[in-house]
Design a protein around this ligand. Structure first.
Ligand code: AHG
Ligand code: MN
Ligand code: MN
Length: 344
């Protein structure tokens, strides 16, 4: 079988995709090299001193692990010198990461979750890196882009993808021409096309949700989860429950097998409801990928791709996966008078 690398695949599709420019290829290659460095470090976990916490707390109020910090530093260091970006944003940084004036820069904006599934790092469970790419809309001013230029409607993404550090390391990405998966062959150090034109089954057999939050969900959300647990669904029998706790890993499994991942809004101590997952670096890229694979992503009711973020670290409820399953949740939410979904 002929082995196709990511770059070859992009070039082959160049005629079809306006994204397959030299500059975009450069950006993707820098992301790939960063992921290889992260993957190498992840596989050494336990042998070298990369487990545990740094002692810092990030902008999300979460304790930073050493591998979170390593992954973030690798991505910032490599991408800021790539010459193709004008700004970056990371889950780990409160503000935009500007590309300084004395470095070459370009038109692309990169938003990323350097290491997703942090709580699984120290126990050898799959984790990942998620990325989302936009173009700077218009050069209104010669300087660095403002936050408003970065916070674009999610359907303005020009590419999105993830790397999963699991039983093998894979890259899955879309530029709006389907979803393609590549597996890292460690012996040659290249990602080779292993899953061309991925499609998520129309309905699934797996539901993924952290059910320990049951008591903090509204009744519509409880009804939606119950739908997958009992036999009164289109499948005619209960779905299997699988929850890894790394969005990338839960999403990837459901992409291949079919099913739904849910992170509903939870009632906080002040009585208000909010989601946990970040719109710009988690929900939006997964929404782009799943739609390109024939699936669906909502906040329970509204399409994620129609959200325009109002802040960099905005959180949203997320229901993502097979078309029929996410649709079923939407119907239940609308019937149940769901009051936990924030307005857009
Ligand atoms: P991160 O490690 O980047 O902070 O993301 C963790 C996220 C996501 O990967 C996962 O689906 C979810 O948090 C798990 O949260 P719970 O532990 O609340 O279920
Ligand atoms: Mn994450
Ligand atoms: Mn993270």
């Amino acid at each position: 079988m002929r082995q196709v690398t990511v770059t070859e695949h992009l070039l082959q599709h160049q005629k079809k995709s306006p994204m397959a420019t030299g500059r975009f290829t450069l950006l993707l290659n820098e992301l790939i090299l960063s992921a290889k460095l992260i993957s190498r470090e992840v596989t050494k976990a336990g042998l070298v001193d990369v487990l545990g916490f740094t002692g810092e707390t990030n902008v999300q109020g979460e304790k930073v692990r050493k591998l979170d910090e390593f992954a973030n530093n690798v991505l910032i260091h490599r991408l800021r010198r790539s010459g193709v970006l004008c700004a970056m944003a990371s889950e780990e940084n409160g503000d935009l990461i500007q590309v300084s004036g004395d470095l070459p820069h370009g038109d692309y904006i990169l938003i990323f979750d350097p290491l997703d599934g942090s709580s699984n790092i120290d126990v050898n469970v799959s984790i990942g890196t998620i990325f989302s790419i936009y173009r700077r809309p218009l050069h209104k001013s010669p300087g660095a882009p403002s936050l408003a230029e970065v916070l674009q409607r999610c359907d303005k993404q020009v590419a999105a993808g993830y790397f999963i550090y699991g039983s093998s390391t894979m890259m899955v990405y879309t530029t709006g021409n389907g979803v393609h998966g590549f597996t890292l062959d460690p012996s040659v150090g290249e990602f080779l096309l292993s899953h061309p034109d991925m499609k998520i089954p129309e309905s699934g057999r797996i539901y993924s949700v952290n059910e320990s939050y049951w008591n903090s969900w509204d009744t519509a959300t409880q009804s939606a989860v119950t739908h997958f647990r009992n036999a009164k669904n289109a499948r005619g029998k209960p779905y299997s429950s699988r929850y890894i706790g790394s969005l990338v890993a839960d999403f990837h499994r459901n992409l291949l097998y079919g099913g739904i991942f849910m992170y509903p809004a939870r009632r906080g101590e002040d009585g208000s409801y909010s989601g946990k997952l970040r719109l710009t670096c988690e929900a939006a890229p997964m929404a782009f990928i799943v739609e390109q694979a024939g699936g669906m992503a909502t906040d329970g009711v509204n399409r994620i791709m129609e959200y325009t973020p109002t802040e960099l670290h905005q959180r949203v409820p997320l229901f993502v996966g097979s078309l029929e399953d996410v649709r079923a949740v939407r119907e239940i939410m609308l019937r149940g008078g769901c009051d936990t979904v924030p307005g857009r």
